[in-house]
Structure formats: structure tokens, C-alpha cells
Design a protein around this ligand. Sequence first.
Ligand SMILES: *[C@@H]1O[C@H](CO)[C@@H](O)[C@H](O)[C@H]1NC(C)=O
Ligand SMILES: *[C@@H]1O[C@H](CO)[C@@H](O)[C@H](O)[C@H]1NC(C)=O
Ligand SMILES: *[C@@H]1O[C@H](CO)[C@@H](O)[C@H](O)[C@H]1NC(C)=O
Ligand SMILES: *[C@@H]1O[C@H](CO)[C@@H](O)[C@H](O)[C@H]1NC(C)=O
Ligand SMILES: *[C@@H]1O[C@H](CO)[C@@H](O)[C@H](O)[C@H]1NC(C)=O
Ligand SMILES: *[C@@H]1O[C@H](CO)[C@@H](O)[C@H](O)[C@H]1NC(C)=O
Ligand SMILES: *[C@@H]1O[C@H](CO)[C@@H](O)[C@H](O)[C@H]1NC(C)=O
Length: 643
Amino acid sequence: MYLSPLQSRLGASALGPCLPILLYLCLISPHSAVALDLEPATPIPQDNDVGFSPNPAGRSPLSANYEPAFIPFDRSIIGRAPPENFNPLTNNEPFPIDIDKGAAVRFVFPLTDVKSRESGYSRLELRDEHSLLDDNDAADETGGTEGREGASKLERRQTSRRVYISANTCQQPVAVDPSKTTGSPPQLTLFVSKSPENMAPGLFSDPAQQVMLKFVEGAVMWNFTTKHDVYLAVYAPNVSDEYTGSYNFRIAASTERPYFHYNDSVSDALVWVDSDSQGALLYTQNLTSSNDPTVQEVAKSSQPYVLFAHNQDDTSINGLKHSYCGLQNHAQIALSMGRGTEMVKTSMITRGQEGFVRQQFFFGSLNSSAKYWGILAKDGSSSSGKRQNPIGGGGEVFSATEFETKSSHGNCAIITDLEFCNEVAYSVPSNPNTFSNRDLATWYDTQAKISYENFNKSLSQIQCEAPSSQRYSLVRTCEDCAAAYKNWLCTVAIPRCEDFDNDEPFLQPRAVFQPLPNGERLSDEVLQRFKPFENMTSYKSSRSPRIDDEVKPGPHKELLPCDYLCYDIVRSCPAQMDFGCPKPGGIGFEGNYQQHKPESQKLTCNFQGSAHVKSAAPPRRLKSVWAVPTWALVVVIGTALIA
Ligand SMILES: *[C@@H]1O[C@H](CO)[C@@H](O)[C@H](O)[C@H]1NC(C)=O
Ligand SMILES: *[C@@H]1O[C@H](CO)[C@@H](O)[C@H](O)[C@H]1NC(C)=O
Ligand SMILES: *[C@@H]1O[C@H](CO)[C@@H](O)[C@H](O)[C@H]1NC(C)=O
Ligand SMILES: *[C@@H]1O[C@H](CO)[C@@H](O)[C@H](O)[C@H]1NC(C)=O
Ligand SMILES: *[C@@H]1O[C@H](CO)[C@@H](O)[C@H](O)[C@H]1NC(C)=O
Ligand SMILES: *[C@@H]1O[C@H](CO)[C@@H](O)[C@H](O)[C@H]1NC(C)=O
Ligand SMILES: *[C@@H]1O[C@H](CO)[C@@H](O)[C@H](O)[C@H]1NC(C)=O
């Protein structure tokens, strides 16, 4: 005989110790065993066919745990008597199940059972729950329990728990005709009963006694406090016409935290640094907030994230972008599944702003001029020592980051891991016929190093180690000066390359009249447009003549260095070094520098550690404490120093 969850609940106090055995019997009963084994759905009466007499045959071929959504039950019965067809949920154990379009499945989370098993339900937790009950959750708590108003506060505290319900869609129907149906299939809907009176949450039950939650991108999360068993239902929308196939999802209840978690509170969980025509470089936010080497070593010893990536031209992950199992099943690159691992190298780095530890993902063999989704996630099964039913075992998915590859001109290439300019990790002007990417990195790094040595000689002639009375500044040291100079130099000597087709107004066209790596020139129409600039160095050549002579990248655009990099040198270095910077609009500014515009939401100028961050993180700036009329000096330190 099948023991209904209501009976379990009512018997819980008396049968406490026997309950696990009874539940075990439930679990192995043939009713439950066929839950995953759905037979093809028989025709299901329609919503508007309420006059249609309920056809018992409509249910019998299906598993007992399966119930068509639109069986015209008498409303007065639903909501009071407990329907029998529940799938029991175990704390932190995902329940996978198929559901046909237009159908519903029901679940019960026997909280009383969880509680009776947890003998060590601590005092501390009780106090936590108490404080939670004092906030607006208390409303959920008491909803529909008029008859128990008299229950003492103590009793309520002892029996209430916070319950986290979460689910992920692993499969969804596919469009019959993808050329006509471009949207993603409609999402599943979860109903959670808020009251023990409502054991059949769903379309026909009192909305005041339940919450209705539509899945978003294949995921749903909900938490509330309760002292009763939790009744749930998941409905699949009827999309017969346009889509074929069924839904598959996993649902779990937990008393600790959501088992399936999506986290969209960090919009830039994954930062797009730069890309070239076949590759892209992305990294996570900083994993530490310390530069202490021992802290950094520990943080670098493991790779906490997995990555999913997908070409946006392919719609198969649309509607599943918050679902760990949906992404595992459908993303083109799924590192957790070993799919596409040959296309992505991941490593732990300390590059980027502040030099904190991050996890980096370096893509190769992508398509050119293509847009991709990159989705960062944490694998839940490995994050807990416990093998069985780990808390949060369904994983954590972060919001998607868009990135795109450059066109196929092939004259921008990402270089990283330079020895001297160790912060450089972006696209530089290139030509596959002159240098491989590795040699190119070394070539640019060498150019910068040579220039730095000249500077270093001049700096060593200045009294850096002198007592403070003889030093050039009380607040700035030669180290500040050297750091500011290196920052500026690496940005200026290693220009950041963008597609020539990129029409952003802040980009500087370079080498317009030269041939592309494949020998072709720009179209006559484009060349005509640039005719007025034919005698301007900033248009007709690359940033330095050496680049044109040795790398020969041909027409490209340059994301110019940020102007403040130059001002920082003037502020940080001794006056006798005679540095000066051009002013915006003044001689030597245009074509050499660009202003940082955090409000534009775009990367308008380049600096060491810059990335395509939406929020355009403010660059590292030195405090302007050294008030010197720097604007008086118009010694242009643009390209001259590194010629
Ligand atoms: C779903 O919709 C189709 C057409 O709109 C209809 O023929 C079918 O009966 C519906 N199924 C259910 C379960 O309502
Ligand atoms: C619990 O739900 C509340 C709102 O219902 C939400 O603000 C909170 O973030 C949730 N907690 C977790 C851990 O999901
Ligand atoms: C989302 O992730 C960030 C970074 O890992 C974390 O600080 C934050 O607490 C998370 N938010 C939720 C609701 O879990
Ligand atoms: C990242 O760095 C910022 C400071 O720049 C810090 O406030 C934040 O806590 C760091 N994040 C982590 C996860 O340590
Ligand atoms: C590249 O494009 C081809 C053709 O459009 C497509 O089949 C393939 O999946 C794409 N590859 C990637 C990695 O985007
Ligand atoms: C700069 O010069 C100092 C000595 O004057 C030397 O110790 C240091 O290594 C030099 N730095 C570089 C990067 O060459
Ligand atoms: C560029 O210089 C050449 C030779 O001096 C001259 O003939 C031509 O008119 C100049 N072009 C422009 C746009 O000034």
C-alpha cells in the first residue's frame, strides 16, 4: 500500500523512528520506480474542456507520479484532499524527471523527516531562525495556519526551518522549424505551497496559498521558512505546435542553501580582456584581495571555476543560460565535461588591476567576426568534501558575458606572458608572415626593455637614496617614478590593436595606405576617404616606424594610451628629468593619447591591465599630491622616446 505524504506527515510525531523505513518502502515501491520511465502521453483534456468528463484512462497508462496538468478536477477537492501522486524529495538530493509539454509533476519535501533525523539541531541555528522569522518571512510562516494561532512562540521557533527549493532545466523541446521559431521555448513553472492546507499547488489552487515562480533561463530558486512538509508542482507549458520533444529538469530541496544556484549579483563575474580573429582572453574577478605571496600561492593552487562558451549564432543554450546541467548538455565548449578543452587554456594569473589572483581563460580556434557567450560556473560536486548529497552540489552559475572575435584580416594578435611588460595581455599589430605570436611577444617586449634601460640610466643619476631633505620629493620616490614610467612605456611601445572595420570614433587608424598581411590593400573607396590624411604620420604609419619596418601589420586601428599615464610620469618623476605631456586639443595629443571616459561604458583608451569591462573600472591612478604646473611644459613625450 502506498503511503501518502500526508499520512507520513501526520504520523511523523508518533512514528518518528519508523519513518525512515516507511520512506524507504515508498522509494522502492513500483509507483516511484517508474517515475523516470514515462510512457508517451495520451491525449490530455484541454483547459477549456472543463465539461469533459474526467477520463480515468487518461491517467492510468502513466506513472502514478505523473499527472496531466489540465485534468478537470473539482476545485473544491483540489487544495484540501492530498492527491496521491507525489515524488518525495530528500534533503540535498537532486530529483531528475522528464515532463511532457502541457503536463505537471508533483513533489513533497517531508520536512518533518529531515528534522527528526537531525538530532543535533543546534541552539545557535534556532536563534538564527528566530531572527529570520522577525523579518517579513514571518508572513509566509503563518500563512494559512489560522487554527494554530495559539501555538506558542517557543514551539514555532523550534520547528521552523528555512527551506531552499531550486531546479534546473536540463533539456527543453526544440523548435520544429528553427528558421521560423527563433525564440527559445517557454520556461517551466514552479508552484510552491505556502500552507499545509494546500497540498496540490498549481493552476487550480488558491493563489494566496502558494507562490508561482517561472524558471528564468532554465533555473529557479526560492527560499522561505516553514515548519510543514513542502508541497511542490512543476508545470510544463503546452507548446505542441512549434516545438517537439519534452522537458527534463532536476529539482532539489535543501535546508542549508540552494542546491542549484545561479548568481547574477556580479555582472562582470567573467571579464572579457581582448580578442583577436581566432582567440579571446577572459579572466575572472580577483579571487583574493591581498598581494601577500603566501595568500596568493594558496589561491593559485586550485582552479575554482569551470567555463561554458557558446557561439551566439547557435540558439541551443538560449533559455538554459542559468542552468548548470543545461549548459553541460548543450554548450559548445563545456570544460566540466571535457568538451572543447583543446580550445581553451585555463591558468591562474596575477595580472590585471591590483595584481590579485584571477583565473584566466585563453581561447584559440574560434571563428572570426563571431559573437560568443562565456559563462562562468562553479562545479558543486567538488566544492564539498561530502560525497553523498553535497550541500549546493548542483553547482553555481554566474551571469553570461558577451565577447566577440575580430575580423579575419589577421593583423591583430593577442600576446601574453611578457617578461618585462608583464601586464601586457591584449591584441597588438601583427602579421603572421613576419612573426609567430610567441616571437612577436618577445619582439615587442625587447623594444620596451631597450627604451627602459635608457631611462633607468638617467634615473640612476638622480639622488634617490638621499636623506629626505635632499630628495626631489617627500611624497614621491624614484620607485614611483620608475613604476609610472614603465606603465606608460609598455602601453606606448606595445600598441593595442583593433580591427580596421571597427568604427568607434576614439580609435586611431594606422598604416592606412599599406598592404594587409595577405597582400591586399583597402578598397579604393576607403582609401579615398582617408586621402585628406595621406601626409599625416599618425594615419600613414603604425605607432612606431619599427613596427612598419619589421612587423608590417598593414591597416589597423589603435586603441590609444590613456593620457593620464603621461601625467602620472610628470607627477611622479623629478622635475630635472624634464617630462611634459601634451594637453587635450594641443600639439601632440591627437593621434598619441586618448582620454579615459568611464561614463561611456566602453574602453576608450588603453592602460596596463585594461579590459572590456562594462562598468569600466577606474584605472589605477596615483594621488595627485605633487602640485607642479606641468601644463606649462610642452615637451611631447609621445612616440619620440621609443623611435
Ligand atoms: C496544446 O495545444 C494544442 C494546440 O494549441 C492542442 O491541440 C492541445 O490539445 C493542447 N494540449 C493540452 C494538454 O492542453
Ligand atoms: C532567500 O530569498 C530572499 C527573498 O525571497 C532573497 O533575497 C535571498 O537572497 C534568498 N537567499 C538565498 C540564499 O537565496
Ligand atoms: C555571488 O557571487 C559573489 C562572488 O562570488 C558572492 O560574493 C555573492 O555573495 C554571491 N551572491 C549570492 C546571492 O550568492
Ligand atoms: C577584489 O578586490 C577588491 C579590492 O579591489 C576587494 O574589495 C574584493 O574583496 C576582492 N575580491 C575578493 C573575492 O577577494
Ligand atoms: C564556426 O562556424 C561554423 C559554421 O558557421 C560552425 O559550424 C561552428 O560551430 C563554429 N565554431 C565555433 C567554435 O564557433
Ligand atoms: C635599473 O638600474 C638599477 C641600477 O641603477 C638596476 O639595479 C635595475 O635592475 C635596473 N632596472 C632595469 C629594469 O634594468
Ligand atoms: C601630401 O603631400 C604631397 C607632396 O608634398 C602633396 O602633393 C599633397 O597634396 C599632400 N596631400 C594633402 C592632402 O595635403
